[in-house]
Ligand binder design. Sequence first.
Ligand code: ADP
Ligand code: GN1
Ligand code: MG
Length: 372
Amino acid sequence: MNKEKAMTDSKHYLRIASDFRHEGEILSIKPYGDGLINDTFKVTTSGDGPDYILQRINSSVFKNVGMLQDNIRKVTGHLRKKKTEAEEADIDRKVLKFIDSKNGENYIYDKDTGNYWRMMVFIPEAYTYESVTPENAYKTGLAISRFHSDLADMDERIGESIPHFHDMAFRLEEFREAVAADKASRAGSVRDLIDEIEARAYDMTAAERLYSEGKLPKRVCHCDTKVNNLLFDKDGNVMTVIDLDTVMPSFIFSDYGDFLRTAANFTAEDDPDIKKAGFNPAIFKSFTQGYLEGAKDFITMTETVMLPFAVRLFPYMQCVRFLGDYINGDTYYKTKYPQHNLVRARNQFALLESIERYDSDGAMASFIASCI
Ligand code: ADP
Ligand code: GN1
Ligand code: MG
């Protein structure tokens, strides 16, 4: 980036951050984190007050920012109320705290650039990881089921910040449209993967059928439980679940399956060395034990039976989404090189095949049965 642009950007970020009701004087604003959708910055301030996280919300992905921010307000408000009632300590480290703009709104629309921004208090001495140990996986399972149980009695309704987000039937329709349009002339080179996706399409849409038959409920879920969307303390305990953009009603196993998609893969989701991608049973077992221990009071039998399905569904769904974006010419996910989305899709497919091999004799269901 040239110097002049960097100067213009930093002045712009400073103007945006200054429009929020923060404490102290802003000393610096630097890019932070590794998300694929929004842009995240750390805002460092002077004095004893907090530092902050400033985020530019990707409004081509989140088309209704008002609803998105309202969902987050309701969810963080409910979590805070639960923890206050339970007289828990350190609530500001356990629930995200967003700050209002000087106009009293929970986000800013900058009409000069057409961008939406929000700001929250930075939680110090918190750690994010890209992978977990079996011990951390157990604690993470407990934390995610706690997140579900805390939100189970939320009275206020929340909307779908991205309609049909984890709806596999819809994702396949979208994928088929991308293949038919073939905008970037890439479909011909990935026929093998398209065929693998199609061969599994009926099986992978089982949850939507159960839902339409009234056999599977939707509950408030996080819908993006990647390992790096959890904040841990220095002892490896989960302090809080972050990145609440996709909190919405979904199948409870979304968060279970999506966590294992990143945590139980031996490598990162975009490792081009596909041979390294594969399913780690030790993480699956620890996380499942933790999750079921916390979920036993609310999870139904159908939801429990669907857990092995969810472990396969999320690498599959992610493969479909990454490959669809590759075929469309990389319009959704941030990419660092032209084949990035294809590498991600092949990595997720390798993980899926590894899961299929591990579970070919029903190993997952047997393990789950031993936990309940
Ligand atoms: P995205 O993944 O969309 O860029 P996140 O909300 O996940 O955005 O934030 C990116 C990173 O910033 C996280 O992985 C985490 O390390 C850090 N982070 C986010 N919110 C906080 C917070 N309130 N306190 C401390 N660190 C945070
Ligand atoms: C995106 O924003 P981020 O990086 O946490 C995506 C998730 C995918 C994930 C794959 C809104 O999450 O659904 O699982 O990338 N979020 C959205 O890494 O599409
Ligand atoms: Mg994130």
